[in-house]
Design a binder for this molecule. Structure first.
Ligand code: ZN
Ligand code: ZN
Length: 336
């Protein structure tokens, strides 16, 4: 498979929630949530261009300081998107440090913070190092309803779930998936190599057939010819991230819409079904809920996380309950 992004949990399922989405062709990454990022190297964090924060409970945002500090010397901006009130919270966090050593000769690192209200971006602020991170209000980008970010090759859909407070869930959907028929490439006398990433990107961007793709040492080839013979184009992958959601019907309906047919669903499994009163009291899903939602949404792979520390002595039980629930329909079909 040649996905645009490779996704993985930042930490083990008992530690802070978060997913790292690594772009396979470039020096770039996206984060869903920003808890403890100790599991990521500085190099990995420096590639992060966008962070989507579900809500600002400390286990979802405590990694801000490390990321921010690392980025201070990089010229490319960092965009953070969170629930209503988020931009002001980011400002307060920045204000809690002293910036007298910054001036017009500093690297002009820029951090952008935006509020997403469940259907659109409603607020945006920018903070520049050369202005000692004074706040500048901006007009937020106007994306279609339900979309928190959009570029040529992917979009990030978002829904506001109820967690006592709003908690955003996200789904990155790639526009197209482009794979290479290696055998055909060989028959055409074309070498493998990084140039193929540029060709794939050109297909995802919908560039015209006449667009010339440069092939090192071989010259160039028309994009149309390369695509028709050596590339296989399919719908792109979807990676959904769902956390901190009360177990009720309204949340369930929103999650099902967002995660529909996702290739990969990362979903919280905080308590066992036998401890449902705890799940209700703290507005979290049980492992059984999470598995059932994953099954009903028709996702291909599901990964549980955000396990409660009360199960540390039996670390597999949440995972087992989730998969029992996820596979329940298959077994019913087999036996029935
Ligand atoms: Zn929370
Ligand atoms: Zn949490």
């Amino acid at each position: 498979m040649s996905w645009l992004v490779q996704s993985r949990l930042v930490n083990d399922p008992f530690s802070d929630p978060g997913v790292y989405l690594d772009f396979s062709y470039g020096r770039r990454a996206i984060l869903f949530d920003l808890g403890d990022v100790g599991g990521l190297s500085s190099r990995e964090l420096l590639r992060v261009s966008h962070v989507f924060v579900s809500h600002t409970h400390v286990d979802h945002v405590a990694g801000f300081d490390r990321l921010f500090r690392l980025c201070l010397h990089r010229p490319s901006p960092l965009t953070l998107i969170g629930p209503p009130g988020f931009a002001v919270q980011v400002e307060h966090r920045i204000r809690s440090f002293t910036w007298n050593l910054l001036d017009e000769n500093s690297v002009d690192f820029c951090i952008r913070a935006m509020d997403y209200d469940g259907s659109r971006l409603v607020k945006a602020a920018e903070f520049h190092a050369r202005e000692a991170f004074a706040r500048r209000d901006r007009e937020p980008p106007a994306f279609p309803e339900g979309i928190a970010w959009m570029e040529d090759e992917f979009k990030v859909e978002a829904a506001a779930l109820d967690h006592g407070i709003p908690s955003l869930a996200f789904a990155l959907r790639e526009v197209l998936q482009v794979n290479v028929w290696r055998g055909v490439l060989g028959e055409m006398g074309l070498p493998p190599g990084p140039w193929l990433n540029e060709a794939k990107r050109a297909v995802r961007l919908g560039l015209p057939d006449a667009h010339m793709v440069t092939v090192p040492t071989e010259g160039s080839i028309r994009l149309g010819e390369l695509r028709d013979r050596a590339l296989r184009v399919a719908p792109g992958q979807a990676v959904a991230y769902v956390t901190d959601a009360a177990p009720h019907a309204e949340n369930r309906a929103k999650i099902l819409r967002l995660a529909q047919k996702a290739d990969q669903l990362f979903i919280e499994a905080v308590f066992l079904e036998r401890d449902r009163p705890l799940a209700l009291a703290s507005h979290h899903l049980t492992a059984w809920d999470a598995g059932a939602i994953a099954r009903e949404a028709g996702v291909r792979h599901v990964t549980p996380f955000h396990h409660s520390a009360r199960y540390l002595s039996e670390p597999d039980v949440l995972r087992e309950e989730l998969f029992e629930s996820f596979d329940a329909a298959d077994r019913a079909a087999m036996t029935g």
